[in-house]
Design a binder for this molecule. Structure first.
Ligand SMILES: [Zn+2]
Length: 483
């Protein structure tokens, strides 16, 4: 790609996790029975009147402030007109030329440790559409003979955050989304789950000869349901555009759909068929002129944001930057870590348990699985390992148990017999048995092949079902082998 520079801008849609919808009192949620959280307003019945949700406005202003945007003293809601079955009003209430938040930036930490500033063009408020499920074996529209429409999501507060075309690679795009997600998590404004659609992202991508200014023709990519999909789609699209350009073909300005299974982007519609949305000011909602003092109160109440938190973790607790990054990137982990600090646990040890073993268990179980591990569990594990009461191996087993049962660590250790065998009689007997069962290996050790000690310690651990103190086991083995 040396001769080509990639130019990427991202448009992210964030569903706010408010109690109620943007313009009515219906519940906002995920997974309710279809068409149960609806009313005349969000179903677009004639004569119904929208009333903006104050909490949603508070949240979008908070997002704008966290992204260092200017909060417009005067902004407007517009009607964006188009027909689609999952949009009951045949228009979406959105914002057009006067959005609430303009001109901010997000500082993104790149995998190589450098920081890149990505400009934020605007952050505006709108409402979500309903959801269509196509009735076909594949779930796709082209071979469907029916469609089911659920309006529960229609009217959910939706914040659109548009970046400047400052992103230069798929990795930078992934890092941008991670940072935006961590910021939104810190603000506690949305669930930001890409797999459930509460965070959705479209990408505009074009290529230009490296070192030149004018932008190439851009293509919009939709339907990426994870950061991995986003990075894959951008990588594919870069290669596709490069091949076309080098073959002398023009890039068509169009919207392309990412097909996860095919690993390719596919043309959806070209710009010639683009909609004319015929925006006009929403006549039922007055302009939004936020009180300056109210905006300044919200600015003063901003929580600690990811860069500050990362820095504090490294500075105050001597965490490795990578560990701090993992903690800050995940709300559950960072909340748990903060709670272990209150219990007086060693921060580095607690952070290791949370970002390694516990994160592994959570990944394996999936986002929806209950995680019953509390700060008390982590604190007890750290204390019992430090006191040599349980081995690292035993502690892992206790954590796995607590993850599912929520039982106290002391109870689990007792129930599963995880107390470390440090009593010399019991350990001595296991060591003797291992040496007699592995006489050949013992001979190799005596002959100078000292690396086999690891194998023998492993056998002692196995013989004690993980409850031996490995340090003590090694001492015993060496004593007998050298004696
Ligand atoms: Zn409603």
């Amino acid at each position: 790609m040396a001769e080509w520079e990639t130019v990427i801008g991202l448009e992210c849609h964030v569903e706010l996790s408010t109690q109620t919808k943007m313009f009515c009192g219906c519940r906002v949620g995920f997974g309710a029975q279809p068409n149960t959280d609806v009313c005349p307003v969000c179903l677009g019945h004639p004569g119904s009147l929208p009333v903006p949700n104050e909490e949603a406005i508070r949240r979008i202003v908070t997002i704008g402030l966290a992204l260092d945007c200017r909060i417009a003293p005067h902004s407007l809601f517009h009607r964006k007109n188009y027909f689609y079955p999952d949009m009951p009003k045949n228009f979406q209430i959105s914002q057009f030329d006067l959005p609430i938040c303009v001109g901010g930036h997000l500082d993104v930490e790149l995998p190589n440790g450098a920081t890149k500033r990505v400009g934020i063009t605007r952050v505006h408020m709108e409402e979500d559409t309903g959801k269509t499920t196509h009735g076909s074996a594949s779930g796709r529209i082209h071979d469907a003979d029916s469609a089911l429409i659920d309006y529960n999501r229609a009217g959910t507060p939706l914040v659109e955050c548009v970046s400047e075309p400052d992103i230069r690679s798929p990795e930078q795009a992934g890092a941008y989304i991670r940072e935006l997600r961590a910021t939104l998590e810190a603000l506690d404004v949305s669930d930001v789950r890409m797999e459930e659609g509460s965070l959705r992202c479209d990408a505009n991508v074009s290529l230009r000869p490296a070192g030149t200014e004018p932008l190439g023709t851009k293509v919009e990519i939709k339907n990426m349901n994870s950061i991995r999909s986003l990075e894959r789609a951008l990588t594919y699209e870069m290669a596709r555009q490069q091949t076309a350009l080098e073959n002398g073909e023009a890039i068509v300005q169009e919207t392309r759909h990412w097909d996860e299974d095919a690993g390719a982007t596919k043309s959806m519609r070209s710009k010639e068929e683009a909609f004319d949305y015929r925006y006009f000011p929403e006549p039922d909602i007055p302009p939004l002129d936020p009180d300056l003092a109210w905006v300044e109160d919200l600015r003063a109440a901003l929580p600690e944001l990811p860069p500050a938190r990362r820095e504090r973790y490294v500075r105050a607790f001597d965490l490795k930057p990578m560990v701090a990054d993992v903690l800050v990137g995940d709300r559950v982990s960072s909340a748990l870590f903060e709670e272990t600090l209150v219990l007086g646990t060693d921060p580095r040890l607690a952070a290791n348990w949370i970002t390694q073993d516990l994160a592994g268990l959570r990944n394996k179980a999936g986002a929806q699985a209950p995680n019953l591990v509390t700060a008390r569990h982590v604190a007890d594990l750290v204390a019992l390992v430090a006191a040599d009461t349980i081995s690292g191996q035993g502690a892992k087993q206790a954590l796995e148990d607590a993850f599912v049962t929520g039982d106290a660590i002391a109870g689990i250790v007792e129930r599963r017999g995880l107390t470390q065998v440090s009593d010399t009689g019991a350990l001595g007997a296991i060591v003797d048995r291992v040496l007699s069962e592995n006489a050949e290996v013992a001979e190799q050790f005596r002959g100078g092949k000292h690396e086999v000690i690891g194998f023998l310690v492993g056998q002692v651990m196995k013989g004690s079902r993980g409850s031996a103190n490995p340090k003590l086991a090694q001492e015993f083995l060496c004593e007998r082998l050298n004696g």
